[in-house]
Design a protein around this ligand. Sequence first.
Ligand code: FMN
Length: 274
Amino acid sequence: MPDLIITDAACTRCRECVATCPLRIIELPRGGLPPRFTEDGARRCIICGHCEAVCPTGAIAVDDPRLDPATYQLPNVTLRPEELGAYLRMRRSVRRFRPEPVPRESIVELLEVVRYAPTGSNRQGVKWLIIHDTAEVRRLTGMVVDWLRTQAGSGSPLDRHFNLAGMIRSWKKGNDPICRNAPHLVIAHSARQHPTAAVDAVIAVAHLDVLAPAHGIGTCWCGFFQMATEAWEPLQRALALPEGHRPDYALLLGYPAVSYRRPPKRNRLEIAWR
Ligand SMILES: Cc1cc2nc3c(=O)[nH]c(=O)nc-3n(C[C@H](O)[C@H](O)[C@H](O)COP(=O)(O)O)c2cc1C
């Protein structure tokens, strides 16, 4: 169970931790004593760390064996809204990759940041399977094509919406219309016990998708791979996810062989105000 570590001398009793805790499980006892968990607070704590994050004097910290003890030194940087807006507008799906691998450490560096994405009840249940071996990406892509063969000509919505026969022909010719010859494939997966598990994973993948270009790394959501992982047993067996885990989304990853010069146009914004 988590514990609250208080540096009594630093605590000004300002109540910021009490007011910010989303579960209201921190109290300031009478008699000028420092903050502490309410009676069942430790059991209910979701270890979101907001008490620690909000404390003006750094007097409170959450301790739990699940927490990575590494500390992050916040750099003194300010991102202007127009910089972030320009960055987000310039993020693009990359479908042309250079063949050289992205070092494992660079991918870990991205995922270290992605850990900060929100998750329902701060469950942090998103796990990652990284197919780093490019030959293995190709082998798995072949399995997606096997699944597409079962879909082509079936008249299913997928078959009607996409030119599956054309994709299969393209694969036969040595092209890769599924994984776009990406050197790596990142798969987020989770045990689906928690109601927000699948959404948590998609949010995490979105954070990865947004962060990667800042490191010179390109990504593309891989819907065909994802659909195949949900439907095609041979591919599920090949992924060998932990018992009870489901693939939540697949993202292609590699150094881009394309550079985008300007943002494309987007559909008109539609908003209803009430
Ligand atoms: C859930 C999802 C699945 C996608 N699946 C594929 C895919 O299978 N193949 C592909 O080339 N692009 C895929 N994309 C990329 C979209 O086509 C792309 O986001 C869209 O065309 C807009 O381009 P942009 O991301 O560069 O803004 C997918 C995107 C999302 C969000």
